[in-house]
Design a protein around this ligand. Structure first.
Ligand code: AMP
Ligand code: GLY
Length: 437
């Protein structure tokens, strides 16, 4: 069976690794892939956002399934285009993918369907935005809290930088001016959302849905800040562990029943046919769970820590979703714990220095340690066949075992043999993983 996988990060290397364990997958093609995926299948020289070229490839090569890793091709309608030609795709259609592309749309969905979320409003007129910001700041807005800090969000995709937490009225006004008038995020700032600032731990729920049935993947904890002890600037994610045990089964079920299922019902009521991954970002506030955002794809690096726990083949999941029979396929997970530590280029996230040569297990020698995988992210093959860094997040070492202690020990042992100039990583990934267990 031929499978096409779209993307080229660590998430996609992990997906390729899981797909490769399935003997039914006889041909795996990754567009564009990275140096790591080329050892598991054939990398195609097609960008993940080149929809025409991807559809043309599918028409010629007839893949049985296409898996889409990142949001960009989904937002551009790759799933719709492939569906039109009769291909099966794991990933939401264009209309559904707008939930990740537009914070305004998502906020309105939450508000219109009474999904718990921060009090707030959206604006396309800067003057109205300044006025609302002041009103919310004076605790006279619609917010239950109001005041400061206040959160200002650019509507569109802004490489993870479009959310500004303003501490004062001046900072809020400056944020509105920068986003809407100066357009520091380009057209992503045509509209904004202004909302009250929530407090509490943040959790991400990764769920698979066929539009009606919904099944959770093990809870994974990301580590967003570049520095140990959660210090320094935000990144795409410096590491993850799964399963995170800081929520009881009762709390998880409450979130599924009071937040996730109502979101699916709201989407159906809006005529949005949502199939694939629903990634819900929530804050557990003192007054209950509140929705922050919806992503339409698997998290990265969360996926690298979750897939070693997943026993159900991805092909079976994709087939059940396509047939809308996910309710008949209870997902199976092993009882292990997994830890993923991301290796970054020096200067990441602000100014990553790329082009360093990488050596060690997973790069120049095979990974021989058991229950360990090295997933590439920003890597490519250089002119002399050497593997060089080509992205801020270079790779990640994932290890799994009977408990977090074993998984952590093995993940860090896996890093020991790897080297490239200026390699950075956090030494505290998964250090709190046992909490709640
Ligand atoms: P978003 O892309 O909407 O999830 O926002 C990115 C990050 O900004 C979230 O992961 C939160 O850490 C933070 N954030 C967003 N909205 C709020 C809010 N209303 N209150 C507090 N923090 C928020
Ligand atoms: N790790 C966060 C994300 O994938 O959005």
């Amino acid at each position: 069976m031929k499978v096409l996988l779209i993307g080229g990060g660590g998430r996609e290397h992990a997906l390729a690794w899981h797909l490769r364990k399935d003997p039914r997958v006889t041909g795996l093609f990754i567009a564009p892939g990275n140096a790591g995926t080329s050892a598991l299948g054939t990398n195609l020289p097609i960008a993940a956002t080149d929809i025409d070229a991807l559809v043309a490839w599918a028409e010629k090569e007839q893949p049985t399934f296409t898996f889409v890793g990142p949001e960009a091709p989904l937002c551009l309608g790759l799933a719709d285009r492939l569906h039109e030609k009769g291909f099966r795709v794991f990933g939401p259609n264009r209309k559904a993918a707008q939930l990740e592309a537009s914070k305004v749309l998502t906020k309105r969905l939450f508000q219109n369907y009474h999904i718990p979320t921060a009090a707030g409003a959206d604006f396309s007129d800067p003057l109205a935005a300044y006025a609302y910001s002041q009103k919310l700041g004076q605790k006279e807005g619609t917010g239950t809290q109001g005041g400061y800090p206040q959160v200002i969000k650019a509507d569109g995709l802004a490489a993870g930088k479009g959310v500004i937490i303003a501490q004062t009225p001046g900072e809020a006004a400056l944020a509105i001016w920068q986003i809407m008038e100066k357009r520091v995020f380009g057209d992503a700032g045509k509209r904004i959302v202004i909302e009250e600032c929530l407090t509490g731990p943040e959790v991400s729920f990764l769920a698979i849905t066929d539009g009606t049935a919904l099944q959770l993947l093990p809870l994974a904890q990301d580590h967003k800040r570049v520095g140990e002890g959660d210090t320094g600037p935000n990144t795409g994610g410096m590491g993850a562990y799964a399963p995170a045990r800081f929520l009881t089964e009762a709390t998880k079920n409450e979130i599924v029943e009071t937040v996730l299922k109502p979101i699916l019902a709201a989407l159906r009521a809006e005529g949005i046919d949502y199939q694939g991954v629903l990634y819900a970002g929530l804050m557990l506030t003192p007054t209950g769970p509140q929705m922050l955002e919806i992503n339409v794809r698997l998290g990265d690096p969360e996926t690298q820590a979750v897939l070693p726990l997943l026993e159900t083949p991805l092909l079976d999941i994709a087939a059940a979703v396509a047939k809308r029979e996910l309710g008949d396929l209870p997902l199976k997970f092993n009882a292990l714990s997994a830890v993923t530590v991301v290796l970054g280029a020096p200067g990441y996230p602000e100014d990553p220095q790329l082009g360093g040569v990488i050596t060690g297990p997973g790069f120049t020698t095979p990974v021989t340690a058991k229950e360990t995988a090295v997933f590439h992210a920003g890597t490519k093959v250089g002119k002399k066949g050497e593997i060089v860094t080509s992205g801020g997040r270079v790779a990640a070492v994932t290890a799994w075992g009977k408990d977090f202690e074993t998984a952590r020990k093995n993940a860090y042992a896996g890093i020991d043999g790897i080297s490239f100039p200026g390699m950075i990583y956090r030494r505290d990934i998964g250090a709190k993983a046992h909490i709640g267990s």
